[in-house]
Ligand binder design. Structure first.
Ligand code: NAD
Ligand code: MG
Length: 391
């Protein structure tokens, strides 16, 4: 029996996680759940999974949950705020932490889980992008373990050599990208795109922020950085290939010419179940893949002109220092501004590039406090850049 905390349990990944957990009541007991504002959904989850603790974004949401739970609230400790997220991520009975909060807000609790030696199922790629070395240092000091949830990285994990002295056999990692909703769109069409078009992903059902990132291909850029930190592979050995069917989730190429791939339906319950059961294989609720139905698997190179965010992320990784942290923060502000109707879709990349150039001299952060400071500075610069481009 493993005890799990699900951070961000009301989001797309959180809901899929509880779907898998609910299929294995003999394997998992839920210690804590968290949501920012989704009181109703957290109430339903709490009544079903009976966590010992839950966390909400603020006191008002916590009070609303208490009222909604009625008598059931007596058995559940209702907490709120960022500190409480760290508390439920590091609580002694917890073995496994699903880190599925979106954005930089997920970093402190992921670090708390790392410091206390938990098995971290890492969906929150932003924490690795903004604080890769700091996060990995906490993982190694706390003797924690990271299992990637991002479908590409979970695929690479499954195809990667298991013997650590064998890494030299890897020639490159090939991350697949669906191409997003604008794979065939012109720059003019993208400039006029509305938020509803950008979040309408052709293959995956996801939260709004990562859906916009998929449309700009910043998601793939962030994933290059994520792969670099997770697998210790340099930027030059991480390639991106557009694969619109989203059946091959990523590949590892070896020096002998072998290319290993992991395939499956585009359903996050597969990588989630892989990590939840690891090293066992457990049921996920995902049906078998009928390749005769899929028919063909297509691959094409990404277009660097229409998708400048991909280039920006690679440049940020290669220039090092604070650049990945700066880029992540700028992108969060730019994406939100686009979703709020403040800027055009194509201005997301402009804001990101502007802030990267402006803060290029910022040295690499050495601890969590420095990461948070750089994140804040980049958010201020991005907010100003958004203002300049507001419609
Ligand atoms: P989502 O928007 O659907 O859910 C986000 C969750 O975080 C919700 O539970 C929300 O209540 C909570 N949250 C939001 N803001 C918060 C804050 N400030 N403080 C505390 N909690 C907050 O997002 P998602 O699509 O589930 O993505 C979650 C993470 O997983 C992201 O980092 C994303 O990049 C990553 N990821 C998602 C997918 C996917 O298929 N959805 C795939 C790969 C990686
Ligand atoms: Mg992914």
């Amino acid at each position: 029996m493993r005890t799990i905390t699900v951070l961000g349990s009301t989001g797309s990944i959180g809901v899929s996680t509880l779907d898998v957990v609910g299929r294995h009541p003999d394997r998992f007991s839920v210690h804590a759940l968290s949501a920012h504002r989704s009181v109703e959904r957290l109430a339903e989850q709490s009544l079903r999974f009976r966590p010992r603790q839950v966390v909400l974004g603020d006191a008002g949401a916590a009070a609303a949950l208490r009222q909604r739970l009625g008598a059931a609230a007596a058995a559940i400790e209702i907490l709120w705020g960022p500190e409480a997220l760290c508390q439920v991520a590091s609580a002694p009975p917890v073995d496994v932490v699903m880190a599925a909060i979106v954005g930089a807000a997920g970093l402190p609790s992921a670090i708390a889980a790392a410091q206390t030696g938990k098995t971290i199922l890492l969906a929150n790629k932003e924490s690795l992008v903004m604080a890769g070395p700091v996060f990995l240092e906490a993982v190694s000091r706390g003797q924690a373990r990271v299992l990637p949830i991002d479908s590409e990285h979970n695929a690479v994990y499954q195809c990667f050599p298991t013997r650590s002295d064998d890494r030299g056999g890897v020639r490159r990692i090939l991350l697949t990208a669906s191409g997003g909703p604008f794979r065939r769109s012109s720059i003019a069409e993208m400039a006029a795109a509305r938020p509803e078009q950008a979040v309408a992903h052709p293959k995956w059902s996801m939260g709004r922020k990562i859906s916009v990132d998929s449309a700009t291909m910043m998601n793939k850029g962030l994933e290059i950085i994520e792969a670099h930190y997770l697998f210790g592979v340099p930027s030059a050995a991480i390639d991106v290939v557009v694969h619109p069917q989203s059946v091959v989730h990523s590949m590892v190429e070896y020096v002998d010419g072998s290319v290993l791939a992991q395939l499956g339906h585009p359903d996050m319950r597969t990588p989630i179940a892989h990590a939840l059961g690891f090293p066992d294989r457990i049921q996920s609720g995902v049906g078998p893949l009928d390749l005769t139905q899929v028919g063909s698997l297509d691959f094409e190179p990404p277009d660097p002109v229409r998708f400048p965010c991909l280039r920006l992320a690679r440049e940020a990784l290669e220039s090092g220092g604070a650049a990945p942290c700066v880029l992540n923060a700028a992108n969060e502000i730019a994406v939100q501004a686009f979703l709020d109707g403040q800027i055009r879709f194509t201005a997301i990349a402009e804001v990101n590039e502007h802030v990267l150039v402006q803060l290029a001299a910022t040295p690499a952060p050495s601890d969590l406090a420095a990461v948070i400071e750089i994140d804040a500075a980049a958010r201020r610069a991005a907010t100003a850049a958004v203002q300049d481009r507001s419609r």
